[in-house]
Every structure is written in structure tokens, then in C-alpha cells.
Design a protein around this ligand. Structure first.
Ligand code: C5P
Length: 232
């Protein structure tokens, strides 16, 4: 499977805005990330429409439930022909194995990746949950658990990418948000990597939102990112 390196985050409430953005993107150059808000408003038929246009879709619904339910949910995602789907690693190894097993029934299963620790959480939040480890150690622990469960990779922050690449080997996929082209505004992202830095850190897939979706010319913004990754 030859997947795009860039997934554009479609952080929109409904299809009016999302369709306007998608119409400016080239499915040969980028994939799209569909999250909880857009999916809850527009549902699976809208996702299928994008797949039919040729877009690679990352369905970012972060499933977290009992193993049987998550297995059924990722299978439902696979039936939409999305290319990447995700779960919370904190759902545990049995949940992740069940999800992986459910996808093995498909001829071309999506990549199954895990979220480790949400970047909205800090060490104190983990303590309040009874987790004594600092965030960076918990991230590595959950990433290793995901790998042992047979998952294909993890979503990780820019600051974790290099460490995880070193700890998890070259085959395990890293998907990283918080990417900012050298010339772009950082918005509310605190730690960012440029596209070239992300590649140097071993990132396989970049989630990029506002630098593309709020650009005057989103198509050109995509070309600029691609050029930053592979200078002509
Ligand atoms: O606009 P921007 O490039 O910051 O968008 C990044 C996307 O990645 C958003 O959909 C955001 O919710 C998501 N994300 C993130 N940081 C994380 C996890 C997800 O920015 N740690």
C-alpha cells in the first residue's frame, strides 16, 4: 500500500466546509484525516464519497472500549475502505489484539495505529489517574505495548518522534501532528517540527491542519510542504 505522507486534518463541523476544502486538494498528493466532529455530523456515507474520489482516509475516531466492541468498530471502518484507523493503547493489549485480529479478515486491511498519552495530559494528570510514571515514559510503555499487540504504529507528538523511532525500530509507523512548515504560524501548537525535521526524525505520516486549510491557496501549501520534504 502506497500511502501519502501528508494527511490534511479536516477539523470542520460539516460537509459544507469540508467539501470546500477537499475540492482544493489532490488525492494523488495528500490524504485526509476525518475526526469525531465531522464524522458525527456527516457519517460513513460522506467518508465513502471521499474514498471514491480517490482520497486515502485516516479515520481518527480513537476507539476505546471492550475488545469485542472495538474489534467490531475497526471492522466497520475497514468496510468503508479507509486506509488508517486508530484506537487508544490504554484500552489494553487484549483490546488491541482483538482489533488487529478483526482486521486480519480483510484482504486490504487499514493500518491500525494507537494513541498513547494524549498531548493534552501532563505528569500531574497521570498522577491523578494513578499512573506514577512521567508522560514520556508512559508514552514509550504504551507504544511498546501497541507493538507487542501487533499494531502497525502510533500517533506521537513531535517531541516524542525521535525517541520512539529509536525504541521501536524502523518498521513501526509514526504519525505526527504539530507539523509547521518553516514559514508558517505555530497557532496553538507549542512544540512543532518542520516537515523536513519530521522526516529526519523518522516520521512516516504527518497530520497537517491549519497551515494547509487556512492557506490562501491550499493546493500550493501542499506543494510547498512536499517541496520542503523533497527539495527539487
Ligand atoms: O491545525 P493543526 O495542524 O494544528 O492540526 C493538527 C491536527 O492534529 C488537529 O486535528 C489536532 O486535533 C490533531 N492533533 C494534534 N495534536 C495531538 C493530537 C492530534 O494537533 N497531539
Amino acid at each position: 500500500m502506497n500511502l501519502p505522507k501528508i494527511y490534511v486534518a479536516l477539523d470542520y463541523h460539516n460537509r459544507v466546509q469540508a467539501d470546500a476544502m477537499v475540492s482544493q486538494l489532490d488525492p494523488q498528493k495528500v490524504g485526509i484525516k476525518v475526526g469525531k466532529e465531522l464524522f458525527t455530523t456527516e457519517g460513513p456515507d460522506w467518508v465513502t464519497e471521499q474514498v471514491d474520489k480517490g482520497f486515502s482516509v485516516f479515520l481518527d475516531l480513537k476507539f476505546h472500549d471492550i475488545p469485542n466492541t472495538v474489534a467490531k468498530a475497526v471492522a466497520a471502518a475497514a468496510r468503508l475502505h479507509v486506509d488508517i484507523v486508530n484506537v487508544h493503547a490504554s484500552g489494553g493489549v487484549k483490546m488491541m489484539q482483538a482489533a488487529k485480529q478483526a482486521l486480519s479478515e480483510f484482504e486490504q486491511p487499514p493500518l491500525l495505529i494507537a494513541v498513547t498519552v494524549l498531548t493534552s495530559m501532563d505528569d500531574d494528570d497521570l498522577v491523578s489517574l494513578g499512573v506514577g510514571r512521567p508522560v514520556n515514559e508512559q508514552v514509550v510503555k504504551l507504544a511498546k505495548l501497541s507493538q507487542q499487540a501487533g499494531l502497525d504504529g502510533v500517533v506521537c507528538s513531535a517531541k516524542e518522534a525521535q525517541l520512539l523511532r529509536a525504541q521501536l525500530g524502523s518498521e513501526f509507523k509514526l504519525m505526527t501532528p504539530g507539523i509547521r512548515p518553516a514559514s508558517a504560524d505555530k497557532d496553538d501548537q507549542k512544540r512543532t517540527l518542520t516537515p523536513a525535521e519530521a522526516v529526519a526524525c523518522g516520521v512516516d505520516f504527518m497530520v497537517i491542519g491549519r497551515p494547509i486549510t487556512q492557506a490562501d491557496n491550499p493546493h500550493q501549501a501542499v506543494l510547498d510542504v512536499i517541496n520542503e520534504i523533497n527539495p527539487a
